[in-house]
Design a protein around this ligand. Structure first.
Ligand SMILES: Cc1ncc(COP(=O)(O)O)c(C=O)c1O
Length: 410
């Protein structure tokens, strides 16, 4: 849709598959559920260095967007890794090791499966060190898997595949945890396939943040890890303020599904309106919603929002989003730059990378357009939550954008 407001252009689609009153049924429960949510909370909260990331109140930007309140969950410092992905990949690594302990020692049930703390303390060290985990990554997920595999955490071998476009600083951040990094000359989805082929050949365990037919258990754990953020936010919000809207970035859909699933399960039809935000040129969730089925797009190059540059949806995420998400929105790279600069200009500057600022960029891009506001029932009384999913994970690029003159808009 060409912009009538002077803001970067958007496309907005009310989810044709939405069924707001549908109960959170067995199929969705199988993907994500409260019981496993409680387990993951207990586990991750016990890790060294755990603390809830801040929930920031941004009144100036709220005013700019014409809403009553704007909450920003800032994941820049999550476990010192720079993004929310720290919650998923590392938990996936732990689940692989726990699964192997169960299989090889015959241990069964919660009592006998070692906790993360016990494995960090040396339980089953030999067994863990003989395991190799692998994944393909645009940066953030791989960093989490590499961290989880490192000797300070669960101590296994790690092989990370990078698509061609991943920058050198992001590669260095992964290698710093001792992972073996394989740079491919392909885009993300092909790097995923290469890691799968090599894993099959060598008996490695794929710890992917995306699911596909016959590969669902680990990505399910990874997504469950993300729900830690939702629990923190619900604890951090003032009792008298519940968000009416949440803008959630979409790559393969895992982050968005984690939020939608948990809120759908715990709040039913009273849950906030969820808007899934993608780059124009990596809009696999938008296209899937429009088509009513998972839809792959090719040629996802050319967005600065590297974490969102995905052409294939995660099947499990799609199960949740197809009926549970309210709307899908695509945005321009300029919108991400604009949001990053506005955040950097706050009285206490907020540092967000390109993908990290995309949720806010979605809100800002549609905020001046009455028709779009109407489509998602956004009005001056709305209280909006956005997730700052990453900090400056690539410092050079961040500095180039923030130092790059006045905001594109606004
Ligand atoms: C910073 C950032 N935000 C959002 C996302 C999107 O998450 P998902 O792929 O689970 O949809 C990613 C994915 O890598 C990311 O790195």
């Amino acid at each position: 849709m060409p912009s009538t407001t002077g803001n970067p252009p958007i496309r907005l689609l009310r989810n044709p598959g939405l069924d707001r009153n549908a109960p959170y049924g067995p199929a969705e429960q199988w993907v994500l559920n409260r019981t496993r949510h409680r387990e993951v909370l207990r586990e991750i909260r016990s890790w060294p260095g755990y603390r809830a990331t801040p929930l920031k109140d941004l009144p100036h930007i709220a005013q700019r967007a014409g809403v009553r309140r704007l909450w920003y969950k800032d994941e820049a410092d999550r476990f010192g890794l720079g993004s929310f992905k720290a919650l998923g990949g590392a938990y996936g690594v732990l689940r692989v090791i726990q699964g192997e302990v169960e299989r090889l020692t015959g241990a069964r049930g919660g009592e006998t499966v070692p906790t993360g703390r016990e494995i960090m303390g040396g339980a089953h060290r030999e067994l863990a060190s003989a395991i190799t985990v692998t994944c393909a990554t645009d940066g953030n997920h791989g960093r989490s898997v590499a961290w989880g595999s490192g000797t300070d955490m669960f101590g296994c071998q790690c092989k990370i595949y990078l698509p061609a476009a991943v920058s050198a600083p992001r590669e260095a951040a992964i290698a710093a945890y001792g992972a073996d990094v394989v740079r491919t000359d392909s885009e993300y989805d092909e790097a995923v396939r290469q890691s799968q082929r090599d894993a099959r050949q060598h008996g490695w365990f794929v710890v992917s943040d995306t699911s596909y037919p016959a590969y669902v258990n680990i990505p399910r754990d990874v997504m469950q890890g993300y729900t830690v953020m939702v629990a923190e936010i619900l604890e951090q919000l003032p009792a008298n303020d519940r968000p009416s809207h949440i803008f959630l970035q979409g790559g393969v859909g895992g982050l968005a599904a984690a939020f939608v699933a948990h809120l759908w399960e715990t709040q039913g039809p009273a849950r906030p309106i969820t808007v899934i935000v993608e780059p124009h040129r990596a809009d696999c969730l938008f296209k899937s919603a429009a088509a009513g089925r998972p839809t792959t797009i090719t040629d996802v190059h050319g967005t600065i929002m590297a974490g969102l540059a995905c052409g294939e949806v995660s099947l499990l995420a799609w199960y949740v989003l197809e009926r549970g998400a309210d709307a899908f929105l695509t945005i321009d790279d300029d919108a991400a730059r604009w949001a990053m600069r506005l955040l950097a200009r706050e009285d206490v500057p907020v540092v967000a990378g390109e993908s990290g600022a995309a949720g806010l960029a979605g809100l800002l891009s549609l905020a001046d357009d009455p028709v779009s506001r109407d489509t998602i029932d956004l009005d001056p009384s709305s209280s909006v939550l956005v997730i700052g999913t990453e900090g400056a994970t690539d410092r050079e690029r961040y500095d180039a954008i923030i130092g790059g003159g006045p905001p594109a808009t606004g």
